[in-house]
Design a binder for this molecule. Structure first.
Ligand code: MN
Length: 227
């Protein structure tokens, strides 16, 4: 068997403390999973979790320069806890969900907010607002033995040294186990899947030249510069 042209390389993410890399299959994201961010977006604080996705090749390593995307005047940052799965399945019980986890990372769900708001108005899909090139910076994945299952601790983001987002993982409306379980009622999960679990309040507009620094207590830090 041969291909008509060489296939794209396997997307992967570094694993902290290891030379081996985490091979990525799919990238899912949770919308509005912190009540204070849902409120700043004008949404119901008690909404059940909903999901969207980004292409795996939208991932970009921490420490990189990220090209400011075209077709937006309102690019915004969303710092998020990312769950990396080592196993999958469908219709997973919340009590079984954490057994699928390989580890955790710090990620950014970069968002073209102007396109997202226009899509919401028209009932259009969010893909071009959320799933553009380099829209998912991610730090090294901390394997479970190193990090445990972080359920509390600061989750923050600075732009050019100024604190913009400063939440706590305890504020997640839907916890990691609930997110995995609910997502698995829509799609079969598999090893290599990543789930961005939503962002706390404080999202704001960024521009070319800005330095974005983000972190989660016990999980790590992530820095990118927009160019
Ligand atoms: Mn998000």
């Amino acid at each position: 068997m041969s291909y008509v042209f060489p296939p794209a390389p396997q997307v992967s993410v570094p694993v902290a403390g290891s030379d081996a890399r985490f091979p990525v299959r799919r990238v899912y994201c949770v919308g509005r999973n912190y009540a204070d961010h849902a409120a700043e977006m004008g949404a119901d604080r008690r909404e059940p979790p909903f999901f969207f996705s980004k292409p795996a090749d939208a991932l970009v390593a921490g420490g990189s320069e990220v090209r400011f995307p075209p077709a937006t005047d309102n690019l915004q940052h969303e710092v998020e806890l990312v769950v990396a799965l080592a196993a999958g399945g469908a219709d997973i019980e919340p009590s079984q969900a954490l057994a699928l986890v390989y580890g955790y990372a710090v990620g950014l769900d970069l968002t073209r907010r102007d396109l997202q708001l226009a899509a919401k108005d028209k009932g259009h899909p969010w893909d071009m607002a959320k799933g553009f090139d380099q829209s998912a910076p991610i730090g090294a994945i901390q394997p479970l033995p190193a990090v445990g299952h972080p359920a509390s601790g600061a989750i923050w983001l600075k732009v050019n040294g100024q604190l913009r987002q400063n939440g706590d993982l305890q504020q997640m409306s839907w916890k990691v186990a609930e997110v995995i379980a609910k997502l698995s009622t829509y799609v079969a999960l598999a090893p290599g899947d990543l789930i961005f679990t939503g962002t706390p309040a404080g999202v704001s507009k960024v521009q070319r030249g800005d330095l974005l620094e983000a972190g989660i207590d016990g999980v790590g830090e992530l820095t990118v510069r927009l160019v």
